[in-house]
Design a protein. Structure first.
Length: 376
């Protein structure tokens, strides 16, 4: 095998590699290895004695280079066989392969023109679509104040209380975390619109349609797939599991080629702050892939903490780098998320076939990913 990449692309990709050594693949009967050499990336037939070697199927390789599935997805599905090295050795190579094979650029804060953008700006529904769209496209997120009234939010919180009381671990309608006392704690309800008449009616609200389609009028809501409408419930204190999500992109499990660009619309059922575990975003990072240690490589990259009041709505482009960190105080943030996807989604993902449906039942494996990084 001999792949020849555009010299400038290969050189840019090489700059994304840290101290990682060669990465070799065994794909069916084929073997080949990626190297960084003389400030460029090349791929040669065969394997080398030093470096990482991963065996995967032809189908998995096709999914990987087409961005239908990622290394994380394949790892959780048990489809990566390490002949040498382990998962941590893939971390630096991941964005490089995305760039070489799918053309997704590696994050550079200078790529987004944020110089004239007030990243603390908020909007209301009185602002024009053009104003909100321009901000969203540039920054990758949007904060709209006072979209829902106090009575509406109180009613929705009562409904979440009811649904939370009915939820049970393993019901496939919820995510659970384990607190410091070893108790299972509810941290997310999923597909809520399918079993709550109130939320099902909310999914047709014109305010959500307006904000969810700012990116593209063709985007559609998916009540029966991709976890539908989901209620996030932040658990206070240290937890294990899926309550506090570190820096990620929502296509980090795969599907970038069919699910992006998508828009996540978050109805704030409570206020949010660092004390309750608010949303953090890296403005301008959408449309790019990021190294797992991007914050060390780009310590001056902007980070915005989105503090909200009940009734506010946030919108974020789903491949924006963002996080839902551990509350510094009492926790308890509640956000009802509705996501709008491009029509291509329905050609590839059926009801209940979301990657998060896989993750929800593999919490132990997912937690293990947090310790996968090795110091460089």
């Amino acid at each position: 095998m001999s792949d020849v990449f555009d010299p400038e692309v290969a050189a840019d990709a090489a700059r994304g590699i840290g101290s990682a050594g060669p990465l070799g693949f065994r794909v069916g009967a084929r073997t080949f290895t990626y190297h960084v050499e003389a400030g460029s990336v090349r791929v040669d037939a065969g394997l080398v004695a030093e470096g990482t070697i991963v065996a995967i199927s032809e189908a998995a390789w096709s999914d990987l280079i087409g961005q239908d599935r990622t290394f994380v997805n394949l790892y959780l599905a048990g489809e990566l066989e390490f002949e040498q090295g382990d998962f941590s050795d893939l971390l630096d190579w991941d964005p490089v392969l995305k760039f070489l094979h799918a053309g997704i650029p590696i994050f550079d804060p200078g790529r987004a023109d944020l110089g004239e953008v007030d990243l603390s700006r908020t909007f209301t529904l009185d602002d024009t679509d053009a104003e909100m769209r321009a901000f969203l496209i540039t920054a990758g997120f949007l904060h709209v104040r006072g979209v829902f009234g106090r009575d509406e939010i109180a009613t929705l919180n009562c409904e979440v209380d009811r649904l939370a009381a009915e939820a049970r671990p393993g019901d496939d309608r919820s995510w659970w975390a384990t607190d410091s006392d070893g108790q299972e704690r509810l941290c997310r309800l999923v597909y809520v619109g399918l079993y709550s008449l109130m939320v099902g009616e909310l999914e047709g609200d014109p305010r959500l349609a307006r904000l969810g389609r700012l990116l593209d009028p063709e985007l559609r809501m998916a009540p029966d797939r991709m976890e539908g409408t989901a209620a996030l419930i932040k658990v206070p204190g240290p937890t294990t599991g899926l309550s506090n999500i570190p820096w990620h992109q929502d296509c980090g499990m795969g599907g970038h080629s069919t699910c992006c660009p998508a828009a996540g619309v978050g109805i704030q059922l409570t206020g949010s702050s660092a004390e309750t575990g608010n949303l953090l975003v890296v403005p301008g990072s959408h449309g790019q892939s990021l190294n797992y240690d991007w914050e060390k490589r780009w310590p001056s990259a902007p980070v915005v903490a989105v503090d909200t009041e009940p009734g506010d709505v946030t919108v974020h482009i789903q491949d924006l780098m963002h996080a839902s960190p551990k509350p510094t105080g009492t926790g308890g943030r509640r956000t009802l998320y509705v996501t709008f996807f491009p029509p291509t989604l329905w050609d590839h993902i059926g009801p209940g076939e979301a990657f998060n449906d896989l993750v929800r039942n593999r919490t132990a494996e997912t937690s293990a990913l947090g310790s996968a990084r090795k110091p460089h």
